[in-house]
Design a protein around this ligand. Sequence first.
Ligand SMILES: CC(=O)N[C@@H](CCC[C@H](N)C(=O)O)C(=O)O
Length: 378
Amino acid sequence: MTTSLSPFVRIRRDLHRIPEPGFQEFKTQAYLLNYIATLPQDRLEVRKWRTGILVKVKGTAPKRTLGYRADMDGLPIAEETNYDFHSEHPGFMHACGHDLHMAIGLGVLTSIAERPLADDFVIAFQPAEEGPGGALPMLQSEEFRQWRPDQIVALHIAPEYKVGTIATRPGLLFANTSELFIDLRGKGGHAAFPHLANDMVVAAAHLLTQLQTIVSRNLDPLDSAVITVGKIEGGTKQNIIAETSRLEGTIRTFSADTMKLVKSRIEAVVAGIEASFGCAASIDYGANYHQVFNDERLTREFMDWLSARPDIRAVECRPAMTGEDFGYMLADIPGFMFWLGVDTPYGLHHAKIEPAEEAIDLAIRTVSDYFRWKSEQP
Ligand SMILES: CC(=O)N[C@@H](CCC[C@H](N)C(=O)O)C(=O)O
């Protein structure tokens, strides 16, 4: 027996096939625009912003503007799922759920375009969440500023929760983040003559180990931080001493002060590597994201509202070391982010992640109903 797929599950599968890196979401943008063109247009206004899209649905008796954000980019991961709607872009995958986020966004937009709210509604399809960060420049753009919502909401899929669970918390939800790129330059040479060269693979190995001591030895044990080096490059061939090496990573902290402390320790450790290995080093912090800090009142109100729904289990969760550039929007506009359970054994950024698609229609119903309810409040 074949069961027919919901239109938004189909959309998610279409989007899953075309993951694109940040600010290169050209096919994704075209796909979303094509779909948006099929909606009732009488109250709709559509704007492109770089590879993103803003859509406004005029309310019937607006007192304010309610906002929703869905991110669009994929990740440089070679997919290993069992899907028959596998990524068609080799080496790229929607492994952080942005395909679901966009499908849910289109579902919410469809519901509101077909049956407008009393309030105005703006949805932002935002590029480049995984980097270099689309939220801040979108927030600062003229296109967004003219339609700036009075409240904004976003969700993120959560592999560890069952479908039907929504988890969030008032206050801090996600960490401050900073990317980390460290380049080391020494002197290359023949593998047989190490005394005539200056080996940057060995320097990188020492640096990697010393970086691990920052969280364990420099931070108050009651504070929290993460330094993850996700990629190391160095050298060209097994019998050539490497002239250069590069470490790429990310830093996560719950406070801005701890971020400063971690960065100053990284700089000291890198200066030590320069001195002890006689090499040159440079540090680039890449993209930095503001922590995701949920508005206390709106989040409590949302959780209370959820608790009356028989289809949802509302959970107050702990903060996580995940980063999200939606934090910039929440620093400027009251609102909140929440986790949506998608029940899969593989975590975010894993090549085998297969989020449960039943969560898509559930999220569309919940988010649309929430905006309908909110729009009827004084
Ligand atoms: C939800 C999620 O997984 N977000 C990413 C954000 C990455 C920010 C930046 N590229 C970095 O690596 O610091 C995450 O890795 O938490």
